[in-house]
Design a protein around this ligand. Structure first.
Ligand code: SF4
Length: 483
């Protein structure tokens, strides 16, 4: 999972496009913390800056003033194909015979190996080892004169999850794959009138932005216009309204995990505010798995809305029993097991006054490998908790994700290899309960169709070839190596 942002501003905006894109990206930091980058176009040339690290340390005031141009795209990365190395940071950039192109990609392709066979010169031409680098090379090579035509020719051969922001010399282009696994929204920037200080002196001037989540529109002061539809290309150009081009029939399968866990609670998806959705998931959870306890507490921060709903529905008091150090990042997103294990102990501290001698209902939004939950239960017991009842506002994750969440190795998923009772024993809880798929749907008040639930029920909307499994590093294997 990654965050993407794109901006097209009126002519002569100086470095404002880079500033708007960086600001929008800040709102998406939770979507990827391994690297960040920004590409701008001044109408003739593309310029790019990217590096490993958090957005604030990569896109700081030393860098932004040098990124001049009215068009910009930005990206923060969480790796699902390729290692965390500088070359794999995005946006990618490629100068082809017909175009210069930069791309920010959220998602994961499932036919990377097949696409590689279509690239003249093969793996040796790719400086990076990501599926995005390969896609960028294919698009830059495509003989069509126009970038949108190149997208229309190449994308039908591409399978898997891809939400893209594409930059050429004159346009920012948003793309969602036919399933729309990952979100993308269109927003409009308006200058403030009635004496307000707008971005530009010209009151009629507007800009257009694309973002992974609506919260990023709020942060830059853009109005939500609409979702980019699955199978749609949206072309943003100066002095024009956005142009929509269909490249495939939509077969929507939005990742339900975006609504359960990944996206910000202040974002909206499918017309739903995600805080409200998660609060209702907590209420459903309380109905499905009641506890006899003294209080309800969340695993901060992402478990908070569901814990609030659980408390509301159960009538138990809501307390915060863990304090989160906000500057250490999300454990699930950090790429190695060693980092994850270190992460939890430096990021959560129990509030002993709340926890000591109490029977706790602890609400979290997922158990992936189980190690984080085990450490949290252990922390709470050492702080004096009498009982710890763990409630999860999502179903068990039985199956790996190949569409942009780094759970590609089935054996790392505790629910794939352990019974619920074994998981309870492993994490050391007094009881354990997961929300059902039916409960998720009741909270969403939306039909099953239209979502991907594959990590819960194994029904993959896009067939996954056998060798896509555990192939995060497939482009790093020696040429000719096969899994
Ligand atoms: Fe989301 Fe799970 Fe589907 Fe992956 S498999 S896209 S995490 S619902």
């Amino acid at each position: 999972m990654c965050g993407v942002f794109g901006a097209v501003l009126p002519r002569g905006s100086g470095t404002e496009a880079a500033a708007v894109a960086a600001l929008g990206l800040f709102a998406l930091q939770h979507r990827g913390q391994e690297s960040a980058g920004l590409a701008v176009s001044d109408g003739e040339q593309l310029m790019l800056y990217k590096d490993l690290g958090m957005i604030a340390s990569v896109l700081d005031e030393r860098r932004l003033p040098s990124l001049r141009g009215d068009l910009a795209i930005a990206h923060c990365r969480y790796s699902t194909t390729g290692s965390t190395i500088w070359e794999n940071a995005q946006p990618t950039f490629r100068l082809g015979p017909n175009r210069a192109i930069a791309i920010g990609h959220n998602g994961n392709l499932v036919n990377t190996r097949e696409l590689l066979t279509q690239l003249p010169g093969g793996r040796g031409r790719l400086p990076a080892s990501t599926d995005t680098e390969l896609l960028t090379a294919l698009l830059a090579d495509e003989p069509a004169a126009d970038t949108v035509d190149a997208l229309r020719r190449v994308l039908p051969r591409v399978r898997g999850a891809y939400t893209l922001v594409v930059l050429d010399e004159r346009r920012v282009i948003g793309v969602r794959d036919p399933h729309g696994f990952r979100p993308l929204v269109l927003g409009q920037l308006r200058t403030e009138t009635a004496g307000g200080a707008g971005l530009w002196a010209d009151d009629t001037a507007t800009g257009w932005v694309l973002a992974s989540e609506t919260a990023a529109l709020d942060i830059v002061g853009a109005e939500f216009v609409r979702d980019v539809e699955p199978g749609e290309i949206v072309v943003l150009e100066q002095d024009r309204d956005p142009v929509s081009v269909r490249f495939a029939d939509p077969t929507p399968a939005l990742c339900v995990f975006e609504l359960i866990y990944f996206a910000r609670p202040d974002s909206y998806m499918e017309g739903r505010n995600l805080y409200e959705v998660r609060r209702r998931m907590g209420m459903q959870l309380a109905a499905e798995h009641p506890t006899d306890a003294d209080l309800v507490m969340p695993v901060p921060d992402t478990g908070a809305p569901a814990a609030a709903g659980y408390a509301e529905a159960s009538g138990m008091p809501y307390r915060e029993g863990l304090v989160r150090n906000r500057y250490t990042g999300r454990t699930f997103i950090q790429p190695s097991q060693t980092m994850r294990q270190r992460g939890v102990t430096i990021k959560l501290n129990p509030l002993r006054e709340v926890v000591r001698g109490r029977r706790l209902t602890v609400v979290d939004d997922s158990i992936v490998r189980g190690t984080t939950t085990k450490q949290i239960v252990d922390l709470l017991r050492r702080a004096g908790a009498e009982e710890v009842h763990v409630r999860i506002s999502a179903p068990p994750i039985f199956h790996p994700c190949f569409y942009g969440i780094d759970t590609q190795v089935e054996t790392e998923l505790i629910a794939a290899t352990h019974s619920e009772e074994e998981i309870r024993a492993f994490i050391g809880a007094d009881s354990l309960g997961y929300l059902s798929i039916r409960g998720v749907l009741a909270a969403l008040d939306l039909p099953y169709e239209g979502f991907c639930f594959a990590c819960f029920d194994g029904k993959y909307p896009e067939p996954v070839p056998y060798d896509a499994a555990s192939r995060k590093f497939m482009l790093e294997e020696p040429v000719g190596a096969r899994g």
